[in-house]
Ligand binder design. Structure first.
Ligand SMILES: [Zn+2]
Length: 264
């Protein structure tokens, strides 16, 4: 059995400020170390439930936060970005029994986290009229590939979003946002919650953890400044909906991912 794990940093235990997510800035090393510990816990949970193969995607910023030395023996690590539209879940395919998301966070424009954002340079991303999170993009990507979404850890808002999509998806909230701050569980609780949650999800019926794809996607990307929106409006099929917003629609989710790859 092969398991796919995608890890971000903004939804990792304790991580609160942008400085703590950026290489070279104060607090980054502590965030990176905790990210590695949470991914290791997810690997241990998967192995405990019988996974013989694990592919970990480092999905934060440069994609080079985790190192091979961080992970248990036998784990494969995908660092950097291939440029494939699946992005945060690139190389996910039907050989995987399920997807696990670690360190995921609330979307741009929401109150769920002081680090709420969607695809960094964007001001706002909406799909079918609702703010869309990186979690939602990963969930729809898994659905598109045809692989169940087993488990997510991150902020409370993301775990609640997962449960709204499909209550069978395992979720362990490690923190919640309070304005510019966060309140986190202790590290041992976080690691145990992730380890046990991943194991339980895999031992359950992964087939019940599927996410339904909408039949049609209406996408709106709102930038801070008009020039970026103007430029993005030349993507085939895109239109300038207002001075800072570009709209795009398709019934094929891969078209949406391809659009986002080129306009963000
Ligand atoms: Zn992110």
């Amino acid at each position: 059995m092969k398991v796919y794990i995608s890890a971000d940093i903004e939804g990792i235990t304790g991580v609160t400020h942008w400085d703590e997510t950026e290489v070279g800035k104060p607090g980054y090393e502590a965030s990176r170390t905790q990210m590695a510990a949470e991914v290791r816990a997810a690997c241990e949970g998967a192995a405990k439930a019988g996974a013989r193969e694990i592919l970990v995607k480092d999905a934060h910023d440069t994609g080079r936060n985790l190192t091979a030395a961080d992970l248990p023996p036998g784990t494969q690590l995908l660092r950097g970005w291939s440029g494939h539209p699946l992005a945060m879940v690139e190389e996910l395919d039907q050989s995987c029994a399920g997807v696990v998301l670690v360190g995921y966070h609330a979307p741009a424009g929401s109150a769920g986290s002081p680090l709420a954002h969607t695809l960094s340079p964007l001001h706002l991303l909406e799909i079918n009229g609702q703010p869309a999170s990186e979690f939602l993009l990963a969930a729809y990507s898994a659905a598109y590939v045809g692989v169940p979404l087993l488990f997510v850890s991150g902020d409370e808002a993301t775990c609640a979003e997962a449960q709204r999509l499909n209550a069978r998806i395992g979720a362990f909230p490690v923190k919640r946002g309070v304005g510019g701050g966060t309140i986190s569980v202790d590290v041992e609780q976080a690691l145990a919650g992730i380890r046990d949650g991943v194991a339980a999800a895999l031992k359950g019926d992964p087939g019940l953890c599927r996410v339904a794809l909408p039949e049609r996607f209406t996408v709106a990307v709102t930038y801070r400044d008009h020039p970026k929106a103007y430029r993005a409006s030349f993507y085939p099929g895109a239109t300038l909906a207002s001075s800072c917003t570009v709209a795009f629609a398709s019934s094929d989710f891969l078209d949406v991912l391809r659009f986002l790859l080129f306009v963000t």
